[in-house]
Design a protein around this ligand. Structure first.
Ligand code: ACM
Ligand code: ZN
Length: 540
């Protein structure tokens, strides 16, 4: 194995300037153990980074992070070198069992980072990052010396699936923002980004074989203004839309790879398909022209079970698979009203032909058939918990959103489960009852509710509990027109979720709150908008 050395030439050091920078020795999510051993490691322009080739992503991240403070004009640098002996940060491959786990040894003359894969090394760097002044997050560092307290950190994740979702269909965000979001996820040791790409209100992924999905399906003529319960209903009468080109998606996938984040694309079926049907009316039972949805809710026009629909969906999935290297494709399955299927001679004929009992078994037929296709391409499906209705597809992973009961049932059947119950993990809900909040869909999920959430239900026995692979929060964006608003809804609740998913060494909400408050300084430097609601304020 070859090793590389990087000289950290980029720090600049003012020998005689005062140090006003904020140091902290706190890490979110809280590591398994963090023991101070006395003394300091001094990071300087003489520090070198040594790493085996397969840890290049992590070493480069650390190098770039430290480099942010570069300033070649500093006349004191040479002088400082005279006093400071060179020291090292060493990435060392070992056989730590969990490939996302790591150990950091900070000694006076070297930092040793042990892990069995780049994932662990990457998470070690994310922890080390938090031991550096927050100003490193921005290019504002000018320090006389950068002391890192000597300590030993041992750490590994509690859950293997640590996800965050984002709906880009109700509102769409720039490629730069999607990267910023993924970057923030990685910082908090999330490893999955669930990208909700298709909806009634807009199709957001370029599909080359079906260009009308983008020329028609990616745009709506108008958008509901105000809350959907407002009377009278108002619209903004402004065309809205866009989509991510395959080139942009490849760029985002490569970025996510450099952050050890896997992207799960979601292509909704059979419901939430109005934008696709507006593009190609033959995909629906009635085959009539409809428009891309302009308001929020659940719509009756869903994919018909005609062969031509399956051909279309298989073609779409082929292009999706070619873009996303991860093992999972999310195929939705939620909120598909069966009215059209009840009335459709094609759908009723298929029920008879296949010996199915009803439209619920027809949905199961639909999902199972798509699962078979996706499995044949070497990928696995995830679906919302409605895919349990009428019989669960044999290899499906279930994402439990209508509470935990779907997840419990699936785990008892030996299926993998991701918990995303709406009461605890819907970040489109209000986070405070205080007046003056931006309009949200409803609900109330304060940060304490998130922090206290345990993804493993008591009802399960020890064997069944193993099927709960993790959890995620969902961010539905009907009421989030801007990326700043998304950030406001996500932060700081995501800090609490990171501890739920990563930390075996949980403390308590009161202690967590102090660390979260300190973390706000880091969010400021990162230009991340956040809500300051750490308390559940009541209506005055
Ligand atoms: C969902 O919230 N409809 C999954
Ligand atoms: Zn039909």
């Amino acid at each position: 194995m070859t090793h590389k050395r990087i000289i950290v030439f980029s720090l600049f050091l003012f020998i005689n300037s005062c140090n006003f920078f904020a140091f902290s020795n706190e890490i979110i999510p809280n590591p398994d153990s963090q023991v101070l051993t006395g003394g300091d490691f001094i990071l300087s322009n003489n520090t070198t980074i040594n790493y085996p080739d397969d840890f290049k992503i992590s070493a480069d991240f650390l190098k770039d992070f430290i480099k942010i403070g570069e300033n070649d004009n500093n006349s004191f640098t040479k002088l400082f070198k005279f006093f400071s002996a060179g020291n090292e940060i060493n990435f060392i491959k070992n056989n730590i069992e969990n490939d996302e786990g790591y150990k950091i040894e900070i000694l006076a003359d070297e930092i040793n980072i042990y892990s069995s894969s780049n994932k662990g090394a990457f998470y070690a760097v994310q922890s080390l990052r938090q031991l550096l002044p927050v100003e490193f997050e921005n290019n504002k560092t000018s320090l006389d010396e950068i002391k890192i307290p000597c300590q030993i950190i041992k750490d590994s994740p509690k859950f293997k699936y640590r996800g965050m979702h984002l709906d880009v269909s109700r509102h769409m965000y720039s490629v730069d923002f999607i990267k910023k979001y993924i970057d923030a996820l990685a910082m908090l040791k999330f490893n999955t980004f669930h990208w909700h790409l298709t909806e009634d209100q807009g199709w957001r992924i370029e599909i080359k074989k079906y260009p009308k999905l983008n020329s028609i399906g990616s745009y709506r003529d108008s958008t509901l203004a105000g809350h959907y319960t407002d009377k009278p209903i108002k619209y903004d009468k402004t065309r809205y839309g866009g989509y991510y080109t395959q080139k942009e998606i490849k760029e985002i996938v490569a970025f996510a790879n450099s952050r050890e984040v896997l992207i799960i694309p979601e292509i909704e079926m059979p419901g939430h398909a109005q934008a696709a049907i507006a593009s190609y009316p033959y995909l629906s039972c009635r085959q009539e022209q409809i428009g891309v949805a302009t308001s929020w809710g659940v719509f009756e026009d869903i994919f018909c079970t005609r062969e031509t629909t399956f051909s279309f969906l298989e073609d779409v999935i082929d292009e999706v698979i070619s873009l996303f290297p991860g093992e999972y494709i999310h195929i939705g399955g939620d909120e598909a009203p069966k009215k059209r299927w009840e009335e459709c001679s094609q759908c009723q004929g298929l029920i008879k032909k296949e010996g199915l009992k009803d439209v619920h078994e027809l949905q199961s037929y639909f999902i199972t058939r798509m699962e078979k296709y996706i499995n044949s391409k070497g990928k696995k499906i995830i679906g919302w918990d409605e895919i349990l209705d009428g019989g669960l597809a044999p290899n499906a992973t279930v994402m439990s959103w209508r509470g935990e009961s779907g997840g419990i049932k699936a785990a008892q059947m030996g299926h993998e489960v991701i918990m995303a119950p709406n009461a605890n993990l819907y970040f489109d809900h209000y986070q405070t009852k205080k007046e003056g909040e931006p309009v949200a869909i409803g609900g109330f999920t304060p940060i304490e509710e998130v922090y206290n959430y345990n993804p493993i239900p008591e009802e399960l026995n020890e064997n069944e509990k193993k099927y709960i692979i993790g959890a995620q929060a969902n961010v539905w964006t009907e009421y989030m027109k801007t990326s700043e608003h998304v950030e406001y809804m996500v932060f700081p609740r995501i800090l609490a979720l990171s501890e739920v998913l990563w930390s075996s060494n949980r403390t308590n909400f009161t202690e967590f709150k102090l660390r979260a408050e300190n973390y706000f300084k880091r969010l400021d430097e990162l230009d991340i908008n956040y809500s300051k609601h750490l308390e559940k304020e009541e209506i005055k």
